[in-house]
Design a protein around this ligand. Structure first.
Ligand SMILES: Nc1nc2c(c(=O)[nH]1)N[C@H]1C(S)=C(S)[C@@H](COP(=O)(O)O)O[C@H]1N2
Ligand SMILES: [Mo]
Length: 523
């Protein structure tokens, strides 16, 4: 048997094994996807600088690229094992089993995985892989002996070589159209099923009746949400809200089995079910959430109307012990984020949120509950798929801290220019406007100034303030003259502090500097 044949057999065996394993993971709630488990381990173990570099260079493609890489390595390994299987089947089969065991070990590092679930997926994957490999190798051998059985002597001089012809016909038609090869087609069967499951959770979400908050947010007036074309709307629709997390697969949490624990350095630890959480008095607040990885002018920032239970109420019920200086949020998937307890006590709107823009939290944004803390970047505060609120000392570190990010993450005052678009072309004939948003949650925005080329800083008009935690729209009419122009903006927060012009990268504590937009004005 040729090497190529063995390689293809191994490749097909891996494809069948992974396909079946994903299928099992899709069907059984507690069975993990081994591919995703390996991806999670990779994400958790790469050094912080590499993870940052991956996010910076790949952006939203980081997850597909990681999964693609794992599949590619799996397939290459399968091909190598297939080559080996031509002569030494048992060691090759052992390789398949070891490969599956590695996946199982990776899956067991996830707190949500049950041992039996992981074992089931691993065993099915290994069995299918070894089985398919065995069948294909045997078929190829049978083929070869059939080909070899045609005596060369029977070949007429100068005629076709029958052994080859017969073999290629048989291998081409019979052996390699083995159905096991099919899972290599793009519609990977296991991947549709978790989506179905997420759909089921969607139905559950739709059935939830949210309680009315005892304190409502101010109504959004036309004066607060200016209708300027191209300007970011005041409230970001849920579907357009940026998403950042380490989860390769969005955790699908069913509210029935879910609980929120309040524990650690407290006098009275307690646990809430989803129904109990919904029964507690709720507030509603417009809060702008920003990611520390947001570049100046970037779009990893959004504003939503959140509803939930004030953290302060939960902390008062639990009773803080001396030394409880940090509030650490824990997620069902093991993610953690910590911030000063004082912030939770001082900032009235800091909450365990259950709703976003009037509907139960979308799965991507943390259903059934998440933390939202005005004024702090998400990486230290906004734990999604919340499972516990733990009171600790300051020495305990959340997920991102050992990966090179600052222990404290207050959101820096920022303005962003939305209109005109960077690099765009506008017409001098039409009346132009420069417009954008600015945010400094908990401090509010008092002013925005705009500078065109080397001109003076000119104050922009501000939309009405909805809330200090919420971003504010601004605009400045502009008599654009033909040519190239550079527009800069800067905000002043509610404490009178002007946004710094010092440019810093996103790591370790958030980007700073003025947003700048270059435009071409046509006569
Ligand atoms: N469980 C969990 N929660 C998380 C994260 C995460 O990786 N896992 N990322 C945090 C970060 S870095 C940010 S910026 C916000 C983003 O929230 P969003 O995806 O709802 O916009 O979620 C935070 N909460
Ligand atoms: Mo973030």
């Amino acid at each position: 048997m040729r090497r190529g044949t063995g390689a293809i057999a191994g490749l097909a065996a891996v494809a069948a094994a992974l396909g079946t394993a994903e299928l099992v993971a899709g069907v059984f709630e507690r069975a993990p996807s081994l591919v995703i488990a390996v991806g999670d381990v990779v994400i958790d173990s790469v050094p912080g600088w590499l993870e940052r570099a991956a996010i910076a260079t790949l952006g939203r493609a980081d997850k597909p690229v990681l999964i693609g890489g794992i599949l590619l390595i799996s397939v290459l390994l399968g091909a190598a094992l297939g080559v080996l299987a031509r002569r030494r089947f048992l060691p090759s089969a052992a390789g398949f089993v070891a490969f599956a065991a590695l996946g199982v070990a990776a899956a067991l590092t996830d707190p949500r995985t049950t041992f039996l679930g992981a074992l089931l997926v691993g065993a099915v994957g290994a069995a299918v892989g070894v089985g398919v490999l065995h069948l294909l190798i045997r078929a190829a051998r049978a083929d070869r002996s059939a080909g070899a059985a045609a005596p060369p002597a029977a070949v007429p001089a100068g005629g076709a070589r029958p052994g080859r012809v017969r073999r290629s016909r048989r291998t081409g038609a019979a052996s390699w159209s083995w159905p096991a090869v099919r899972p290599r087609s793009p519609s990977w069967p296991g991947w549709g099923l978790p989506a179905l499951r997420a759909g089921a959770a969607g139905e559950l979400r739709a059935a939830i009746r949210l309680p009315a908050p005892f304190r409502r947010a101010a109504p959004v007036t036309a004066g607060a949400d200016l209708d300027i074309p191209g300007l970011t709307p005041l409230v970001t629709p849920n579907e357009e809200f940026y998403r950042i997390d380490t989860a390769l697969r969005v955790p699908v949490v069913e509210p029935d089995g879910w609980q929120l624990e309040v524990r650690g350095m407290v006098d009275e630890p307690f646990t809430l079910t989803y129904a109990e959480l919904l029964e507690l008095p709720q507030i509603e607040a417009d809060i702008t959430l920003a990611c520390v990885s947001n570049e100046v002018g970037g779009d990893l920032v959004g504003n939503a109307r959140w509803q939930g239970v004030p953290l302060r109420a939960l902390l008062e019920r639990a009773g803080l012990q001396e030394g409880a200086t940090q509030l650490l949020g824990r997620s069902v998937d093991g993610f953690t984020a910590g911030f000063p307890v004082l912030t939770a006590l001082d900032v009235e709107e800091a909450m365990v949120a259950v709703a976003m823009n009037g509907e139960p939290l979308p799965a991507e944004h943390g259903f059934p509950a998440r933390l939202v803390v005005p004024g702090l970047y998400g990486y230290v505060s906004a734990t999604k798929w919340l499972s516990a609120i733990e009171l600790t000392g300051w020495d305990v570190d959340g997920y991102w801290i050992p990966r090179g990010w600052a222990k404290e993450g207050p959101i820096k005052t920022q303005a962003r220019i939305d209109v005109p678009r960077a690099g765009g072309t506008v017409s001098a004939a039409e009346r132009q406007v420069i417009a954008g948003v600015a945010w400094a949650p908990t401090r509010g925005i008092e002013g925005v100034e705009v500078r065109i080329d080397d001109g003076p800083w000119r104050p922009a008009e501000l939309a009405e303030r909805l809330d200090v935690d919420c971003w504010r729209q601004w605009y400045l009419p502009w008599d654009a003259t033909p040519g190239r122009h550079v527009i800069a903006a800067r905000a002043t927060d509610g404490l009178g502090e002007v946004q710094t012009d010092e440019r810093t990268p996103v790591a370790p504590d958030g980007a700073s500097g003025y947003p700048v937009v270059e435009v071409e004005v046509e006569a």
